[in-house]
Design a protein around this ligand. Structure first.
Ligand code: KIV
Ligand code: ZN
Length: 564
């Protein structure tokens, strides 16, 4: 890089727009969308799509709801021409979808393009030539009047051939390519010259597409260019103003949204922003940005994963993990505080009346609306906290740890995850939980038998049990208000009588349980916390098809953990 940068680069001049309106407007409706995946997107691929791949992509675009689709550059190659013919001859174009084709202002190319359209119901013929000073000087070596002549002559050549398309409703689109790098006065002049040749009417409008071919300025400048153009255009009622942005400065989406505020009615772009260099406008993002503000985008991304799969398969491109709305990680939180807020937000939102406005923290829209699952939201690595761990255990393994145990397990689980140095899946966490609380690898005590009964309705519960401790069996009895109480009493008495090598007494501080499935044979899990008279406390957990046994085993698990 050089210093000072101003020796080589200059700021973009501001647009002479007084009384600009766009900053105080708000968007209230979706634009007319035109997908250019099969043309601009395809032109940018190292290996362009085959006819079969183009057909698959076309069907996917139709399914999403695009009503205008630029299907190619039929004069550019045999594949492009053949694709056009298959679309038309195999009647693959739905009645409410209009195809669009691109062509340069060269007579033989226009001839071929018109030929490719014969038999189509409705088509947009899109003519372009480049207008910026850099293109005029370096590429064409032509002055402004000659550049205007290229555009008007091309328009006339298309007009002359309309009789060949007598069965086709033809809409004409003109793009002053590199519009954003062109003097606004010249863009206007050339577009008005083209209109003078084509003679659009309010009923049969021309589409004036004003491309941000290379993003050369901040997006507010592009909005100014669009507003300036619209406010100076004669016969405004005879033109649809369309925008076509690229993403060189990383603001293609912003440029489009501001251009819509400035009056653009139509938007060209591609799925996920595939296109030359840094890409075209990502239509998915603009559409879902509208959606998350309550505006119907008239495009349906309910099955985002399928749209993405077709895109990846046909283009060979991949959608980055952080791509807005569509990326693998965009609804995922690893950070503990985010997980906690999402968990609370989701459960709070679900408790509201059906149809409540979406206001869950960290999630710009409900992932389920675009076919994403809540289970993707919370994933666990060393940045996560006990909340995320508990969420995963509950949602994917059906384990509803009580608050205290979440904290207790969270601390050791964090070390376990940290040591792994990667994301940890729910199954791994469950196994680790089992090893720590349910199936301890070397327990000192284990239950051999347990029986609890009451002699009468108003009598205490009597427990008789056998415990194996260091390879010897010890028989114990105790009395209490219920089986756990009687078991606790039996153990504490055995500790006092020194029948067990334990040097503290304990009380039950927490007991909860839940089933681990449905059906008569499903087991239950019990969670127990014991407080020792040394003022320490320990958690244990155990499963059994008999809930009473699960709780007793959970007490033994806690004792083993305290003893180890
Ligand atoms: O980016 C561009 O300017 C284009 C035109 C052909 C519209 O793709
Ligand atoms: Zn483009």
């Amino acid at each position: 890089m050089i210093r000072p940068a101003a020796k080589k680069y200059q700021p973009f001049p501001s647009i002479p727009l007084s009384n600009r309106q766009w900053p105080s407007r708000v968007l209230t409706q979706a634009p007319i969308w035109c997908s250019v995946d099969l043309r601009d997107g395809n032109q940018a691929l190292a290996i362009p799509m085959s006819v079969e791949q183009k057909l698959e992509m076309f069907d996917s675009l139709v399914k999403v709801g695009f009503k205008e689709i630029e299907v190619g550059f039929p004069s550019a190659s045999n594949t492009e021409f053949a694709f056009m013919r298959r679309l038309i001859e195999e009647k693959r174009i739905p009645a409410d979808v209009t195809i669009q084709v691109l062509v340069q202002a060269r007579e033989e190319l226009i001839e071929k393009t018109v030929e490719s359209l014969v038999g189509s119901r409705k088509a947009i013929i899109h003519l372009y030539n480049s207008t910026s000073p850099a293109q005029r000087n370096y590429v064409f070596g032509l002055d402004k009047p000659d550049i205007i002549q290229v555009a008007t002559r091309g328009t006339q050549w298309i007009k002359d051939r309309l009789p060949k398309l007598s069965g086709t409703e033809v809409v004409f689109q003109y793009s002053p390519e590199s519009f954003s790098g062109t003097e606004v006065e010249f863009s206007l002049e050339i577009c008005e010259a083209v209109m003078a040749v084509w003679q659009p009417t309010p009923k049969n409008k021309i589409i004036l597409n004003l491309p941000d071919t290379v993003e050369v300025a901040m997006c507010n400048v592009y909005a100014d260019q669009i507003e300036w153009f619209i406010s100076h255009l004669s016969n405004r009622d005879r033109a649809i103003i369309s925008v076509h942005t690229h993403n060189d400065r990383g603001t293609g989406v912003a440029a489009t949204e501001l251009a819509m505020l400035a009056g653009a009615e139509r938007v060209e772009g591609t799925l996920f922003g595939n296109g030359e260099r840094t890409g075209n406008l990502d239509i998915v993002t603009v559409a879902l940005n509208l959606y998350m503000h309550g505006i119907d985008p008239h495009l349906d991304f309910s099955d985002m994963n399928s749209v993405r799969a077709v895109y990846e398969q046909t283009t060979g491109m991949s959608v980055p993990a952080r791509q807005p709305y569509a990326g693998e990680l965009v609804f995922t939180a690893f950070s503990g505080s985010h997980q906690d807020a999402i968990k609370k937000g989701l459960s709070g939102w679900k408790k509201k009346n059906q149809g409540a406005i979406w206001d869950v923290p960290y999630l710009s829209l409900d992932p389920e609306d675009i076919g994403r699952k809540y289970r993707e939201i919370i994933r666990v690595n060393s940045q996560s906290g006990k909340g995320g761990i508990a969420y995963l255990l509950e949602n994917e393994c059906g384990l509803m740890l009580p608050k205290g145990l979440q904290k207790n397990f969270g601390a050791t689980a964090n070390d376990f995850i940290d040591e792994k140095g990667r994301e940890v899946k729910a199954e791994e966490l469950r196994n680790y939980f089992w090893q720590m609380y349910v199936d301890l690898p070397t327990p000192t005590y284990s239950l051999v038998s347990f029986d609890a009964h009451r002699a009468g309705a108003n009598t205490k519960c009597e427990a008789k049990l056998k415990i194996e401790a260091s390879q010897r069996e010890v028989e114990l009895i105790g009395e209490g208000n219920g089986p756990i109480d009687a078991f606790t009493a039996a153990l504490n008495k055995a500790i006092t009588d020194r029948k067990l090598e334990i040097c503290w007494h304990f009380q039950i501080a927490h007991f909860s349980e839940h089933s681990l499935g449905t059906g008569a044979n499903s087991s239950a899990i019990a969670y127990i916390e014991i407080n020792l008279d040394t003022s320490k406390s320990y958690w244990g957990a155990a499963t059994d098809t008999n809930i009473e046994l699960a709780s007793i085993k959970a007490v033994i698990s806690a004792i083993n953990r305290a003893h180890s």
